[in-house]
Design a protein around this ligand. Structure first.
Ligand code: SF4
Ligand code: SF4
Length: 82
């Protein structure tokens, strides 16, 4: 279903939960996880069911370099279609 070409990773040790990345992402890929981490902080998190366009807006706006965006290998997404 999802032809995923980009992978987004939040580095929780750098994220302070400011939410700038959530506002920057027009795809709704990111959200603030309401569950606090071990230090009691809220962190940004990634929705698996939303595709990332690789625009890098989130990584660019993050003041703490807490986001990594990777291009993933192209999958043979048309194999199953006829
Ligand atoms: S912009 Fe950076 S520090 Fe702020 S919530 Fe997003 S990942 Fe965390
Ligand atoms: S790279 Fe763009 S589409 Fe992907 S999560 Fe960041 S802001 Fe959203």
């Amino acid at each position: 279903m999802s032809d995923k070409r980009f992978e987004v990773t939040i580095l929780p040790r750098y994220c302070k939960g400011c939410g700038l990345c959530v506002e920057a992402c027009g795809e709704g890929k990111l959200y603030i996880d309401p569950r606090p981490d071990m230090e009691g902080l809220l962190n940004a998190a990634v929705r698996d069911d939303v595709d990332c366009t690789g625009c890098l807006k989130c990584a660019t706006i993050c003041p703490d370099a807490a986001i990594e965006v990777y291009r993933v290998a192209e999958m043979a997404s048309s194999v199953a279609s006829e």
